[in-house]
Design a binder for this molecule. Sequence first.
Ligand SMILES: Nc1ncnc2c1ncn2[C@@H]1O[C@H](COP(=O)(O)OP(=O)(O)OP(=O)(O)O)[C@@H](O)[C@H]1O
Ligand SMILES: [Mg+2]
Length: 465
Amino acid sequence: MTLKDWNIPHGWFEEIINSIGECVVIIDREGMVRHLNNAYCKFLETTKEEAVGKPVQNVIENTRMHMVLKTGQAELSAIQSIKGNEMVANRYPIYLDGEIAGAVGTVKFRNRQEWVEYARKIQSLLEELNYYKTTLEGALESKYSFEDLIGQSKPFLEAKQLAERVAGSQSSVLLLGESGTGKELFAHAMHQRSSRGPFPFVRVNCASIPEHLLESELFGYEEGAFTGAKRGGKKGKFQLAHRGTIFLDEIGDMPLAMQNKLLRVLQEKEIERVGGQAPIPIDVRVIAATHRNLEKMVQEGTFRQDLYYRLNVIKIDIPPLRERKDDIVRIAQFLLKKLERNFNRHGIQLSEEVVKRLQYHNWPGNIRELENVLERAVNVLDQAEIHVTHLPLYLRDDEKQMMHSNESKEEATSTLQPLKETIMAAEKEAIMQALKAAEGNKLAAARLLDISKTSFYDKCKLYNV
Ligand SMILES: Nc1ncnc2c1ncn2[C@@H]1O[C@H](COP(=O)(O)OP(=O)(O)OP(=O)(O)O)[C@@H](O)[C@H]1O
Ligand SMILES: [Mg+2]
């Protein structure tokens, strides 16, 4: 037998590629998928029939396979995010007769258990990193005062005046209001107005701190408290806020176990560091906020009643934007001035029609939603006046309802389009909104829309988001 007879028979190759555990993709010179092995199909929840013949970017999220065709260079051990997981990718160009003919890519994890362990490690590191990045940015200073709180309508002025009156008190404050109504702004303004103003304002987002970090974040830890603990230990947020204000944002998302510990701190006015011996006295004013219905949570047993009473010494209800429609234009103009500064533009106006639409809309996302709508409009604007066409589709849907109630049938019919198109446009808009609200995190966005991860990915693909 010659060596040639020992070569692998041609027909075996596909079978071999298919049977290995790593995910393998092969693309041709044009960047089209030629082959996707079983492991990859399973991971992406697709089939060969679906994938083959499509541009690789349409099949694999965040791929750089097409770049390898351009550079002719292999990319090794690159971190690639697929379906919310950080994966390790290798990408190699395929040369035939000295010419680039395509590329082969693999994504690694050798067995499910290994992958789960790896993912758990990396994911929690990334979570921590993300958390520190965002908290560092705005740490320890308050940025807004009462002058930044725009609004003249009665319910809003009542809330603002109450906040001004009690700003100087030492009692705990509970700010309640829907998402985007300005709870954080109120907290800043109250801190600045109080005698604690020159001292730190420390914000803690109880919803975004990974649960396993919450205790050490709030109360700090001693050197050697656990593996990985920093030398010299670490101060917690309560200590950092000494003599100032701690803003416990999204308090309704605090796990029950932590609620117990928080209650103790509020009662005793001292904290215990993780791994610490002696309690440390603290002088901190607490302002808490949530968009959740805490009373209902207390009834359901998901929020401690005694903590609720502790926090609820002064309760301030911030009205939603739809209950202060008189303020919409005033706030819009204030926000436009801010946008003009950021975009280096001048004299941006709202057309009469736009003013009507803004007043008609219900604003479930409140001022934050208004901000997004205006920012989007300024982005697509080339003259000085914002028209209805610069508004997102869902606001233009309001337009249709307005027309039905006000104007002639004829005009209404001219804005109609096939139902399927309207639904698709609405879906796409919802997906973009959810992504924005979740700051790009697809898993969280899917959760916001209450759809499965898979169907979220499918829709992103469909709408090219
Ligand atoms: N009265 C107001 N005048 C001007 N801008 C405001 C006002 N209220 C809120 N904003 C702006 O709206 C945005 C949302 O406000 P903020 O972050 O305080 O809302 P929130 O109630 O904390 O929302 P969430 O519950 O989603 O965290 C911010 O960019 C803020 O600057
Ligand atoms: Mg907030």
